[in-house]
Design a binder for this molecule. Structure first.
Ligand SMILES: NC(=O)c1ccc[n+]([C@@H]2O[C@H](COP(=O)([O-])OP(=O)(O)OC[C@H]3O[C@@H](n4cnc5c(N)ncnc54)[C@H](O)[C@@H]3O)[C@@H](O)[C@H]2O)c1
Length: 446
């Protein structure tokens, strides 16, 4: 089938590549000319496992096309995906200007009936809004062409986006049109062979499903972070608590890792947007507001431990920072807790020597050149002459560290671990002062 995807970011690019890989003929349209030129040459603008090979193969086999020519994109297919960003606007609501811009573009160029598929995360009512924009644009041009707008939210996780799109847990389709449903069934048939994954519902419910899923996951994280704070005060170890409650199948092990708060492009903005949606609907979002409040506070927790350890003596100190991305296996720095920690250290007059396996370019792009930030090429280099080590992302490569080297390179044998990747008793035995999340504090025996 012929498909066009508007917005070639984390969602659009992965979805387009995966659709091409199962045999569809996919046009990818983006307004970012540099990105499109790069992609044509096989340069992948983001780090996502297995994505480069997938794009290369489908580009070579002629099923994936990259363009800034919106008209050519619209004319290519009778299914148009919208996968552009929906960033928060000033009050935290989702800003729909990119979505409505694409809707207008599709309406301006469409020459036959279209199924327009909203893949972006959008507030309840956006399918209606897109339909209104398309209808109005067609009417203004005096044209009459049939179209349907379908909500088809995306549930991929950065870091395993390709695998998630190849083997989705569920495919949510929000439409009351049987024809649109049949078209999407055909499109997604290669992903739906093992068992029925498609759940068809009305568009508003589909739109809310996406926010509810992210809000639920964010709630689990914030709940656990609050438990970690309680454990810290009471001398309990949150990692035992995690195992103890995760073993209950009603709770499960997923998304109950304590840490330094959730980040990324989705949870923070989606929780905020849902709060605004609830308020506008006259519902007081008690739980959602608490989830957000806990997360904001949680991003400060590690810095507070550092400040407490060193007293008011942070000025002139240097901190090794392992991990910049908001989670492992991505280079995405959006809302990353590492940023809050770095910025707090800079405000206190400290310097940062940072290393991340994938997010170095992104960090350099965001912060530019500054005298209090050294971006170095290896985890060992980050340690050189630093006063302490901070761990902000649980990349696997940090989990198997050489503790002798760490001790030899640091001025003080102290580690602030925002991801609980080491065992406190072991670290203490290795001669470290070790501070993690919800595990009390361990100082080396004097
Ligand atoms: N990143 C994720 O993990 C994830 C997961 C599920 C859902 N989502 C949702 O999917 C949507 C896209 O997220 P993303 O992370 O891929 O965003 P992104 O910022 O990585 O990419 C968005 C792309 O859209 C392009 N764009 C903007 N206006 C355009 C236009 N008029 N025509 C063509 N292209 C245009 C931008 O240039 C950019 O390349 C958001 O609503 C997000 O909430 C994201």
């Amino acid at each position: 089938m012929r498909v066009t995807v508007f917005g070639i970011g984390y969602v659009g690019l992965v979805q387009a590549a995966v659709l091409a890989d199962v045999g569809h003929d996919v046009f990818c349209v983006d307004i970012n000319a540099e990105k499109i030129e790069g992609l044509k040459a096989g340069n992948i603008p983001i780090f996502e496992p297995d994505l480069d090979g997938l794009v290369e193969r489908n580009l070579k086999e002629g099923r994936l096309h990259f363009t800034t020519d919106a008209k050519a994109g619209v004319l290519h297919a009778a299914i148009q995906f919208i996968a552009v960003g929906t960033p928060p606007d000033e009050d935290g609501s989702a800003d729909l200007k990119y979505v409505t811009a694409v809707a207008r573009t599709i309406a301006q160029h469409m020459d036959r009936p279209q199924v327009i598929v909203n893949k972006s995360t959008v507030p309840v009512g956006t399918a209606d809004l897109v339909a209104e924009v398309v209808g109005r644009t067609l009417a203004e041009a005096g044209r009459q062409i049939g179209f349907e707008v379908v909500s088809n939210p995306e549930f991929l996780k950065e870091g395993s986006a390709v695998a998630d799109c190849m083997r989705p847990d569920r495919i949510i389709v929000g439409t009351s049109s049987k024809d649109a449903e049949m078209l999407l069934r055909q499109l997604y048939a290669p992903f739906n062979r093992n068992h029925e994954k498609m759940i068809v519902m009305d568009a508003r419910s589909a739109e809310l499903t996406k926010y509810a899923a992210n809000a639920m996951l964010a709630t689990k994280i914030s709940f656990m972070n609050e438990m970690a704070g309680i454990a810290d005060r009471l001398g309990a170890d949150i990692e035992w608590v995690r195992k103890g409650i995760g073993s209950d199948p009603r709770i499960g092990y997923s998304f109950i890792y304590p840490g330094i708060g959730y980040g990324g492009s989705c949870f923070p903005k989606d929780v905020q947007a849902l709060i605004r949606t609830a308020e506008k609907a006259g519902v007081t979002p008690t739980v959602l507001s608490a989830v957000e409040e806990r997360n904001t506070a949680q991003k400060q927790v590690l810095f507070d431990k550092i400040a407490q350890y060193f007293g008011s003596e942070l000025k002139g100190k240097t901190f090794a920072l392992w991990g910049l991305a908001f989670k492992p296996n991505t280079d995405d720095m959006r809302e990353a807790p590492s940023r809050v920690i770095m910025e707090a250290l800079w405000n206190a007059g400290a310097k940062v020597r940072a290393y991340d396996p994938e997010a170095m370019h992104e960090t350099a792009r965001i912060y530019g050149v500054r005298s209090d930030l050294d971006l170095v090429g290896t985890r060992e280099e980050a340690l050189k002459g630093a006063d302490a080590l901070i761990i902000a992302t649980e990349w696997k490569v940090f989990q198997s560290a050489d503790f002798e080297t760490i001790k030899a390179q640091l001025k003080h044998p102290v580690i602030f671990d925002g991801r609980n990747i080491y065992d406190p008793a072991f670290m203490q035995a290795q001669g470290f002062d070790y501070f993690a999340i919800g595990r009390g504090e361990r100082r080396k025996a004097s």
